[in-house]
Design a protein around this ligand. Structure first.
Ligand SMILES: Cc1ncc(COP(=O)(O)O)c(C=O)c1O
Length: 390
């Protein structure tokens, strides 16, 4: 039988029938579940019983969300978490132990960087943070004790692209696991598990929720790996609230439609900005001149809604442009229906010394854009007017 399409899977999930013939998944806003005999309670506590026990162990609303995201990523199992960092910390701390080694790019999400560079060493785990994100750079950093190879693609802030299949081949040949942060791409545009990665993490706060109104995360992957992680997750405790799970379930139903429009708007805006005299450079994997274009074309269905560009005139010009925007909103985060912009040199990265910022690719006039779902003409007008403002 033909495999169902992305939107059908996102809307119907695995076909769970809900109580009272409810079409929308019910919200089980309860922390605990009744059992009738002590034997039943004892079995549920060790995962051998039928049914639910305690929401940190599992909750029907959250389980439905886990099943749907697993389906969309091509994974066997998922664990939803209270934030993207909850997912990342659980995978990394849950799989590594003293003596292990991790390879990751220096240019990962800031809190992931802090986990790798500052927190892991306290537990006797070493990390090699690489400056380039190509397969050769990953391979050169591998050691016999490397347990996890971590990928974030496309990444922040220059939308660099890593060849997932290439890294997986190299890492697996050395006996290491591959974990991919798929937040920027979303499961609509990219499925690392299909390319043989071992686990995927998402900040569902971003595209999966999609409306900037819920903080959530998820780990998806092979059953044996996730079964290993589940007892640790229950101890660390970054549990997702059932109402938050339901908000993400609602967001998921339109993920495919939204991503199509994010992809179109970002490509349209990137093309216009690339021709503007005030713009020095545009970083978007959908543009043929982007260094990651060929790999992105091979491993992504669309190029995503994230882009960045460099304004001529340095830090003052960058700040002036973001402040002059009227439709796009100055705010951190990404993946919502609204277009969001940040000027890292004057805001999110203001505490980093200029030479370190430059090393991380954060040039003075760099503006990051999470392109939303507004009408493209309005976005083009807004950015053009802001670039030309006195
Ligand atoms: C790529 C990426 N991964 C992980 C996270 C962390 O997600 P959360 O804020 O939901 O903990 C973020 C948040 O901005 C992100 O951009």
């Amino acid at each position: 039988m033909r495999e169902r399409g992305f939107n059908t899977k996102a809307i119907h999930g695995p076909g769970t029938r809900f109580p009272l013939q409810s079409v929308s998944p019910p919200i089980y806003e309860t922390t605990t579940f009744r059992y009738d005999t002590v034997e039943e309670g004892a079995a549920l506590g060790v995962d051998r019983g039928e049914g639910f026990y305690y929401t940190r162990w599992g909750n029907p609303t959250t389980v439905e969300l886990e099943a749907r995201v697993a389906l969309l990523e091509g994974g066997e199992m998922a664990i939803a978490t209270g934030s993207g960092m909850g997912a990342i910390s659980t995978v990394i701390l849950g799989l590594l132990q003293s003596g292990d080694h991790l390879v990751a790019p220096r240019a990962v999400y800031q809190a992931s960087y802090e986990l790798f560079a500052q927190i892991l060493p306290r537990y006797g785990i070493t990390a090699t943070l690489i400056d380039r994100v190509d397969v050769e750079a990953y391979e050169a950093a591998l050691r016999p004790e490397t347990k996890i190879v971590y990928v974030e693609t496309p990444n922040n802030p220059l939308l660099d692209v890593t060849d997932i299949a290439g890294v997986v081949r190299t890492a697996h040949a050395h006996g290491a696991l591959v974990v991919v942060d798929n937040t920027f791409a979303s499961p609509y545009n990219q499925n690392p598990l299909v390319l043989d990665a071992d686990a995927v993490v998402h900040s569902m706060t971003k595209y999966l929720g999609g409306h900037a109104d819920v903080t959530a995360g998820i780990i998806v992957g092979r059953r044996d790996l996730l079964l290993q992680l589940r007892p640790r997750f229950r101890v660390y405790g970054p549990v997702l609230d059932p109402f938050a799970a339901w908000l993400v379930l609602r967001g998921l139903k339109t993920l495919g439609l939204r991503m199509e429009r994010h992809n179109q708007n970002a490509l349209g805006l990137a093309r216009v900005l690339a021709k503007h005299s005030q713009v020095e450079r545009v970083h978007y994997p959908g543009l043929p001149e982007h260094p990651g274009h060929t790999i992105a074309h091979r491993q992504m269905r669309g190029f995503g809604g994230m882009m960045s560009f460099e304004v001529r005139g340095g830090i003052a010009a960058g700040a002036r442009v973001v402040e002059a925007l009227q439709t796009a909103v100055m705010a951190v985060s990404l993946g919502s229906v609204e277009t969001l912009v940040t000027h890292p040199a004057s805001t999110t990265s203001v505490g980093i010394p200029a030479p370190d910022r430059a090393r991380a690719g954060i040039r003075e006039g760099l503006i990051r854009v999470s392109v939303g779902l507004e009408d493209l003409d309005d976005l083009v007008d807004d950015f053009t007017r802001a670039l030309e403002a006195p």
